[in-house]
Design a binder for this molecule. Structure first.
Ligand code: SF4
Length: 370
């Protein structure tokens, strides 16, 4: 039963690739009671044990058997020196982008974003992304692979360690808005959230402080709604006009606005929670008064708030951010329609760590959210 995870050639399987349930199976096969699997999970994810030998609450015989069958291989931060010196114009605390190497060599970016009292870790759920939104550097990479649950949890742990180097630094929020579409890898996202939110673990963040972002994959929204999770949901809308949205985000053909609207209403009903509609303003594309009217009409159907974000210019991409007066007029129309609107100041653009800019290059590296 252990063979579900294929080892990298010549290596023992990485025990971190097994889910909590699979760990229970492994321990059962070794004749160990259920609570041993819980202990093993805790050693792996709360203590972040580097080897089996250090797992002192587990019998030495079992530790030896585990060590003869499995390795523990974690992602590592390989941020380049030049990135370490990058300073964004945000004052003392700066947005920082981290390049992490996964155990199989895959490179993934994560971003640490300070904002007032908050320190948010933006984590990736896939290496690359298959959805090819027109404005997104990650989409241009195509999908390399889904990340394992531990690879997402370990991004958060790594950023927590980095955060602790800052004065009073502790992560307050997690957003699944890095590379990839989380709802295409939802089982692993759920498993990662379960690990990150384990109440008696060192990391132990509240579900309410986690946001899952999606471009609007309807089945996944339904699954999150019925999961019982208290996480927040952000839907990247970027247009309330079906044709325009299809041009910006090809996935909109599969999940049209009407169907997406029903999924959001269902989410509101099931969870009692609002969603955040994320709308990136693109000069001359989706920022006209008519675009604002369409957005207001669409958004009034839901329990939601609207988060307007600036576009971050990306080399070789044709889009530009909206002008200030256009954005102000857009905001005014939404407010006049009675909607709750926030305008998010873009962070991390100077180091290509802002929305849509994450994209790893092979070597020495580049790296990148939704
Ligand atoms: S915006 Fe998100 S869903 Fe679209 S291509 Fe980029 S990473 Fe994928």
């Amino acid at each position: 039963m252990i063979a579900e995870v294929r080892p990298t050639a010549g290596m023992r399987p990485n025990i971190l690739e097994f889910s909590r349930e699979q760990l229970a199976g492994i321990m059962a096969d070794l004749g160990e009671p259920k609570f041993r699997a819980a202990q093993l999970h805790r050693w792996l994810y709360s203590q972040e044990a580097a080897d089996f030998a250090s797992m002192s609450s587990i019998g030495s015989g079992v530790r030896a058997k585990l060590a003869s069958s499995y390795d523990i291989r974690r992602p590592s931060v390989v941020r380049s020196e030049s990135d370490r010196q990058s300073i964004d114009a945000d004052g003392d605390l700066t947005t920082e982008k981290y390049l992490l190497r996964m155990p199989d060599g895959e490179l993934v970016e994560s971003v640490l974003i300070p904002s007032g009292e908050r320190l948010t870790a933006c984590v990736s759920s896939q290496s690359g992304c298959p959805l090819q939104c027109l404005f997104c550097a990650t989409g241009r990479m195509g999908l390399r692979r889904n990340l394992h649950a531990f690879e997402m949890a370990c991004q958060a742990f790594a950023l927590q360690h980095e955060a602790q180097r800052r004065p009073g630094g502790r992560l307050t929020n997690i957003v699944f808005m890095g590379m990839g579409e989380p709802l295409l890898n939802l089982d692993n996202v759920f498993e990662a959230i379960s690990t990150m939110t384990a109440t008696d673990y060192r990391f132990g963040i509240s579900e309410k402080r986690i946001t899952i972002s999606t471009v609007g994959l309807v089945p996944g929204i339904g699954r999150i709604a019925s999961s019982g999770l208290k996480t927040k949901l952000a839907v990247s809308l970027h247009s309330a006009d079906q044709k325009q949205r299809e041009q910006l985000m090809p996935v909109a053909r599969q999940y049209p606005l009407e169907e997406l609207g029903k999924a959001i209403s269902g989410y509101n009903r099931t969870t009692g929670l609002p969603v955040t509609l994320v709308y990136m303003l693109l000069d001359g594309v989706n920022d006209s008064p008519e675009d604002a009217r369409k957005l207001a009409r669409y958004a009034r159907r839901f329990l939601c708030k609207i988060n307007l974000i600036d576009y971050n210019s990306i080399v070789n991409f044709e889009f530009r951010p909206s002008y200030d007066d256009t954005r102000n007029e857009f905001v005014r129309q939404l407010l006049d329609a009675g909607l709750q609107v926030t305008v998010r100041k873009s962070q991390g653009a100077a180091i290509n760590a802002a929305c849509g800019q994450l994209a790893t290059r092979p070597e020495p590296y580049g790296a990148n959210p939704q």
